[in-house]
Design a protein around this ligand. Structure first.
Ligand SMILES: C[S@@+](CC[C@H](N)C(=O)[O-])C[C@H]1O[C@@H](n2cnc3c(N)ncnc32)[C@H](O)[C@@H]1O
Length: 249
């Protein structure tokens, strides 16, 4: 999936991609705004990861997120060596966390996975009009979505779904220690407030993945998250997937 092109430019772009794929030995990886050539992409040979991904990637958009999910699976695996729970802020249909739960066999773990979302899109309290326009969730049936997400995670007694607005919803339930933190709310204010509330709870060695860090369309988020991490003496690894990765020390 490639976004932000007019129909005319999309045709030109796809023709150029086709020409690279045909001429470059070994072919090309091109999806989710990421194009690369000459890479092994070894995670495609990881049967357990691919089975977990394929079990939950239903739409073309979800299927295009393979590399981002590889990053989350890697972060999740490493977080298993760190004290604390797993947290995702911004869940939507539960795609990323469902892949992770299956991949890590989360039902066998003695830790919790906390999933925070309004399940009705970006709330006015924590987002701008422009952000709400960019990510229009008005067509969502909120109750139905919430029920569907509860159903997806019903095999996991240690997954806790918290419906409400971040950061207020932390007042009811928030883990003392966090090993894995995925922040993906498509909104600068919401993400900064989540970081403010949760950063100190992330254990040393814990992993933080910021889904929206590297996108040109979200440059204000890039600036705000970089400043926050600088102030907290941490550095963000910007990944070609658009994600930002932080190793807590
Ligand atoms: C891009 S989606 C999350 C996608 C998800 N991580 C996945 O794997 O498919 C962003 C989500 O953030 C949620 N969200 C945005 N601001 C929020 C807030 N302040 N509190 C709770 N949820 C919020 C929206 O409801 C939406 O479902």
């Amino acid at each position: 999936m490639f976004y932000g092109l007019s129909l005319e430019n999309k045709v030109k772009f796809l023709q150029a991609l086709k020409s690279i794929a045909e001429t470059y030995p070994g072919g090309m990886y091109a999806q989710d705004m990421l194009i690369c050539v000459g890479k092994n992409i070894a995670f495609r040979s990881d049967e357990k990861f691919m089975a977990s991904f394929d079990a939950h990637a239903n739409s073309d958009q979800e299927k295009s997120l393979l590399w981002r999910l590889h990053v989350l699976a890697w972060a999740g695996l490493n977080a298993l060596h760190v004290e604390g729970d797993f947290v995702e802020c911004g869940v939507l249909r539960g795609f990323s966390s469902a892949v992770l739960c299956q991949f890590l066999e989360f039902d066998k773990l003695s830790r919790e996975f906390l999933l925070y979302d309004t399940f009705s899109g970006l709330p006015e309290e924590t987002s701008t009009e422009a952000e709400r326009k960019n990510w229009d969730y008005t067509m969502l049936d909120s109750d139905k979505l919430y029920q569907e997400v509860c159903q997806i995670f019903s095999p996991y007694s240690n997954v806790n779904i918290i419906k409400g607005i971040v950061p207020q919803s932390f007042e009811n339930t928030v883990p003392d220690k966090i090993a894995y933190l995925h922040i993906d709310m498509n909104s600068e204010a919401a993400e900064m407030m989540a970081l403010d509330h949760l950063f100190d709870r992330v254990s040393p060695g814990g992993l933080i993945v910021l889904d929206d860090y590297g996108w040109i369309s979200n440059v204000n988020q890039t600036i705000a998250e970089s400043k926050f991490m600088q102030e907290h003496q941490h550095a963000i690894l910007e990944l070609p997937t658009g994600q930002g990765l932080i190793l807590k020390h």
